[in-house]
Each structure stands twice: as structure tokens, then as C-alpha cells.
Design a binder for this molecule. Sequence first.
Ligand code: GLC
Length: 424
Amino acid sequence: MTKHLDEARRILAANDRGGYTVPTDRLYPFQWNWDSAFVAMGFTTYDIDRAYRELERLIEGQWGDGIIPHIVFHQPSDTYFPGPGVWRTSHTVPTSGITQPPVFGMALRVVHDAAEQASIDNARTRTIALFEAALKWHRWWYAARDPDGTGLVALLHPWESGSDNSPAWDIALARVPTTTDTAVVRKDTGHVNADMRPRDEDYRRFVHLVDIYAACGWKPAKQWENAPFKIAEVQTTAILLKAGEDLEHLASVLGLDQACQELAAYNDRTRRALLAQWRPELSRFVSRDLISGADIAAPTQAGFIPLLALDLDPGMAGAAAAEMRLWSDGMKVGFPTTKPFVETFEPKRYWRGPSWAIINWLLIDGLARNGQADMAEALRTNTVDAIETEGFAEYFDPITGEGCGGLGFSWTAAAYLWLSGSMN
Ligand code: GLC
């Protein structure tokens, strides 16, 4: 175990580019939003100052309207597409124009608690600055991505989910044209096997959406009006709610009463809306396609992420856990991101089946919160074992356990530090 802990720390050090961590060399050469939040939590196990730094560098990319974009291009690199020239945003530190799941608030609570426990200098000041940024971002989520006040937030691009090519987007993405004036010069397939990556056709649709939003000048109201892809999504909403709870807690311990009330109101509304997305006949939660008005029935891990942020009654929690057990049955590494053996299941293709350590992390917390301690523990040891056997791969084939995608991956290292229980 010590050997693996050392290796995890070595990976984070090797991927350090000056206070922020790239997901992995070459394939992802910039700072990614939710990756950095997980990485910050990993750092708290041995370097709290560096954990704060990770979050501080991320908010250098925050815009005036509150969005924290999904990529911050701190330094140029020619090993990734699409770079700043394709995004056409106007922030001083170049960034993308879309966002990613707001794990940030969850990370901030973890970092703050660790700093308090270790009596770190300036912890309160550093936490407050980051808290203000997080609150601004949560306000952006509700204003820009839930203008009708439903309590569920919407994604305008599949990449915002962090689960880029999930089968959950197949129907909605098929409506997006493959046309684009932007030269689509993929770099990812030069680094890893094309069979493991999203298809070319998907890439053209991804870029078509970027073209549309760039033409809206990245103004949220205009984008909302013109978006051909709009999903009220349960994984992101659940993360927003969990982060919202953590920020509410921080506001209360820091004595920020007004912020505390504001967050409590967001959280109450979202809690009710998320609960209403439970489908008893599926034993999971579903997202809604806001263009067609239909539920998204595709069986993906997103359906169980709400356990992270809700206290379900025992009947519902038991049903969700039983369904999860069914999906994991016979798998070498849990938890598959698509239900095994349905037509869209591809065990090696990115978000269409593989197991991801950070998704497991969220599910473990959700299961533990909902009285499923044994299952949480089984998934935790399974994840730790997979990493010890295969190394710090981007993700794992759930059937064979094989490590796939990029290697020396930062969030897998962070998940290992966290899940192997190495707090010191
Ligand atoms: C891919 C993943 C996304 C992640 C990024 C960097 O785009 O789908 O979730 O943030 O890589 O690791």
C-alpha cells in the first residue's frame, strides 16, 4: 500500500504545472474543473496548502458572470483539441466557455475542515475567498441553467456532464448537426486507441455546439434560447446539491448568515426537484431532455448519483442498491457507467461502460449516506484493488478489470489517496 501511496503522490507531482494539476500529460494538458476539485481532496491527505492552491488556481478562470469554465488554459499546448482559438471566449486567462460538475464546493469543505484540524495559518481567509467564488458559481448555475426556477440545472453541452459520450446523450445529440466551419483536428486519438474514445461524428457535433454558443457571444440567456441540446441532468444537479449543502455548512461555521439562508433556499428547492426524478419502475433517477420533454431512460451511472445528496427512505435506498448490485453482478471492477450488456454497453469506450474511480467515490459516499455501508465498503475495496493491480489508469474495463485510456491519471491518484484511507 505504501508503494502505491508514494506512486499516487508522484503522479500528482509529475502532473503539477505550478500550483495546478493537469489530468494527465499530453492528452489533457490544461487545468480541468472537476478533476481539480477531486485532486484538491486528494492533496488534503498530505498537503493542505497545495490543496488550497489547486482551487485558487482554478478560480483564476472564473468569469464576471460567475461561471467557472471547464478548462483553464493557463499555458499554451498543441497536444489538445479544441484549444482557445476554437472556444473564442474573451476572459484574460484563456478558458473554454462551458462548465463541468460543481464538485468544487464539496472539495472546499474538505480542505477547510482539514485546515481547521491542522490549525493552518490563514485558513479562514483562504476559505472565505474560495467560498465567495463558489457562491457566485452556484448563483450562475441557477440563473443561467435553471431560468424557470425548477430546481434542476441543465447542461447545454455533453462535456458539461463530465461524462462526454454517455449513452444518455445519444437521442438528444443525434439532433445536433455534424456541420461545422471549424477544422476538427482531433489530437486525442494520437495519444490513445481510437476504439476507447468518442467517435468522429460525435466530435463534429460537440464542435457544432461550441460554434453556436460562440456565436451567442457566450451570453447565458442567448445560449438558453438557441441551444439545440438542453438536458436537465440528475448527476450534475445532485453534485450541485451536495456542494450546496457543503457550502451551506461552511457559511454557517464561518458566520455568513445571509449566504447560509440563500444556499438553504436553493438546496430545499433542488432537493424536492431531484426527488421527483425517481422512477420506481427503473429503481433509479432520470434526467429530462428539455427539447423533447421526454425522460432520458438510458441506463447509466447518473441514475444513482443522487444518493450522494439525498436521504432516501429505506425502501427507495434498498431498491436503488438492489439495482446497482444487479449491474455489478459478475463485473471484475464496479461500477459500470452503462448497464452491462444493454445494446449501448461498450466496456472499453470511455463513458459507455467503463468504471471510473471518481464516479465510484461519489457512489460510495451516496451508498454510505443511505444506509448501504456494506455495499459502499465493497465498492471502495474493489476500486482500491483495481488501482493497485492495474495502476493509475484513466478508467477500467469493468469486465476484465484492465486499465484503459490515459495513464498516470491525476484523479485516479487522488481517488486512491482518498479511498485507501490514508488521512494523516
Ligand atoms: C474527459 C472526461 C472529463 C474529464 C476530462 C479530463 O473529457 O470526460 O470528465 O474532466 O477528460 O480528465
